[in-house]
Design a protein around this ligand. Structure first.
Ligand SMILES: Cc1cc2nc3c(=O)[nH]c(=O)nc-3n(C[C@H](O)[C@H](O)[C@H](O)COP(=O)(O)OP(=O)(O)OC[C@H]3O[C@@H](n4cnc5c(N)ncnc54)[C@H](O)[C@@H]3O)c2cc1C
Length: 396
């Protein structure tokens, strides 16, 4: 095996999951992150049973368990009248169905668990404050161009997120698609949250062209609030702080519990939501993509990071069994993943339509969805939570 490392562009959840997965299989890895310090935004992330299985493979389940919360219910309520639309129990029956529980975690806690596990491996080296700008393929490796000079490796994995520069050279399909939806995120101390707001559940309040998601984090010490609304005001990119007055206006007239959450928060962080149309190939020679760089999705199924970690496990597995033929492993990897990740991308758009329904579509949603039994809901989720092997390969 070449002494040169496999280079990973990007030190988010996907990049560190890849470093950990590859490092554990004995591959030398060098991860390159553009920011000076590794970090994740102080917000929540939902963890399906599918990513929980990947944590077992990556050896971080204990760390995740000590920081996660395991809610007892996923609920959707109508944003105006507060009526329950969907209630999916996450207790024993859910665990029996999917083999793992459903969790929620503070992003920095997940990121740190991956960073610490990866950094403890002798095979993993990390570099921060260095930006990847492009790459050149050679016969037996790649030269990666960075703002600090050229780095040579056996291969390059672009885990550099939605605005991936590796993707723009590899696939060249332009800018991500701006969804016309904006997310505001904040966390509250749990003491500020009324008991009845569901300190033990994930609640989604679905209103016309808006929705609000709440759930507890950090062993129940803080409460995550995400407010989403339609807007064409922002074409591209993101701002650090959101405008509380605009938010209050967008959610005006909604249920008092929704407005009380919006009113409690003084400082929001704002994201312009984007995705891309799915593609079936995201490898070329010794360069490939992972996570949001490969298949960015709207967050409405709460699966973007889940998919990134599955990618990492799958790619490490394929590299380990390819007898040193990196090109073959990289070519095979999207074929083991793209139908699953495409389904997440496309279904997430559809979920957005359901969450934001108005008029007859809202009436229909509120009539039909409450009729589903938990058993039927579990069947509907089987492809997502059960549709992957322990090697991260899709089961179609
Ligand atoms: C509001 C919201 C809620 C969400 N909720 C969930 C959820 O509940 N569950 C879930 O699974 N997913 C969720 N997601 C999606 C999830 O956040 C992403 O899918 C996930 O973070 C993608 O990880 P990544 O490592 O691929 O990319 P990123 O997190 O974007 O990481 C990319 C990293 O690469 C670095 N980088 C970028 N360019 C370069 C470069 N040129 N050189 C070097 N480094 C570079 C960046 O600085 C960054 O550290 C949500 C997303 C949003 C917006």
């Amino acid at each position: 095996m070449s002494e040169l490392p496999i280079l990973i562009a990007g030190g988010g959840i996907g990049g560190f999951a890849a470093a950990l997965a590859l490092g554990r299989k004995g591959f030398p890895v060098k991860l390159i992150e553009q920011t000076r310090e590794f970090g994740e935004v102080g917000a929540g992330i939902q963890l399906g049973p599918n990513i929980m299985r990947m944590f077992d493979v990556l050896g971080v389940t204990k760390e995740i368990r000590s920081a996660a919360v395991y809610p007892d219910m996923l609920t959707m309520r109508d944003g105006f009248n507060g009526q329950p639309v969907v209630e999916i129990p996450l207790g024993k029956d859910f665990e029996t169905h999917f083999g793992r529980r459903y969790g929620v975690i503070f992003r920095p806690d997940l990121h740190n668990a991956l960073i610490e596990a990866a950094s403890s491996l002798p095979t993993v080296e990390t570099v921060s404050g260095v930006k990847v700008e492009g790459f050149r393929q050679k016969d037996n490796g790649v030269s990666v161009l960075t703002d600090a000079g050229i780095l040579d490796g056996q291969a390059l994995i672009g885990a550099d997120g939605l605005w991936s520069s590796v993707r723009s050279q590899l696939v060249g399909d332009g800018q991500p698609r701006v969804a016309g939806h904006i997310a505001y995120r904040a966390v509250l101390p749990i003491e500020d949250v009324p008991e009845h707001m569901g300190q033990h559940r994930v609640t989604l309040w679905a209103g016309p062209k808006t929705h609000l998601v709440t759930y507890p984090l950090r062993r129940g010490e803080i409460f995550n609030v995400v407010a989403v609304f339609h807007s064409d005001r922002y074409e591209q990119g993101w701002n650090v702080y959101g405008d509380p007055e605009e938010l209050a206006e967008r959610f005006s007239g909604q249920h008092p519990d929704v407005r009380s959450m919006i009113d409690k928060i003084e400082s929001w962080r704002m994201w312009v939501l984007c995705d891309r149309d799915p593609i079936s190939k995201w490898s070329d020679g010794r360069v490939t993509l992972l996570g949001d760089a490969a298949h960015p999705t709207l967050q409405y199924m709460a699966q973007g990071a889940n998919m990134a970690v599955e990618d990492a496990v799958c790619l490490a597995h394929l590299l380990a069994i390819c007898d040193g033929n990196i090109e073959r492993a990289f070519a095979e990897y999207p074929t083991k993943r793209y139908l699953r990740t495409a389904r997440v991308q496309l279904t997430s758009r559809f979920y957005g339509d359901i969450f934001h329904a108005a008029g007859p579509a809202r009436d229909l949603r509120n009539l039909i969805l409450p009729r589903r039994t938990p058993e039927q809901a579990y069947q509907g989720m089987a492809w997502l939570y059960g549709g992957v092997t322990d090697n991260g390969e899709q089961i179609i």
